[in-house]
Design a protein around this ligand. Structure first.
Ligand code: FES
Length: 105
């Protein structure tokens, strides 16, 4: 199973061993990562699961579709690596991925 590291806004790391097929949002909630509020429950409507993907992982993780892109416009401090974690499905290729949680409040 892929291992994912989440880093919260204070710099604290949280390790998650994740079943492929879960979303990054579900993985973060499962290990209690602060700041992944996920108010809409993963339906791509709130942007409170916003996080940043390092450039080195951009190809593997991919970019947002048009619906996610529109919702990301609601997020605080959108950057080139911004993704909504509810819209990223974990795959085996993501083993070692590091995700930086955005300031979502
Ligand atoms: S949980 Fe609301 S957009 Fe991801």
């Amino acid at each position: 199973m892929p291992k994912i590291t989440f880093i919260d806004v204070d710099g604290t790391s949280y390790e998650a061993t994740v079943d492929a097929g879960l979303s990054l949002m579900e993985a973060a909630i499962n290990v209690g990562v602060p700041g992944v509020l996920a108010i809409c429950g993963g339906s791509c409507a709130c942007s409170t699961c916003h996080a940043y993907i390092d450039d080195a992982w951009a190809t593997i993780v991919g970019g947002p579709n048009d619906i996610e892109d529109a919702t990301l416009d609601l997020a605080n401090d959108r950057r080139s690596g911004s993704r909504l974690t509810c819209q990223v499905t974990v795959t085996a290729a993501m083993d070692g991925l590091v995700v930086h949680v955005a300031k979502n409040d």
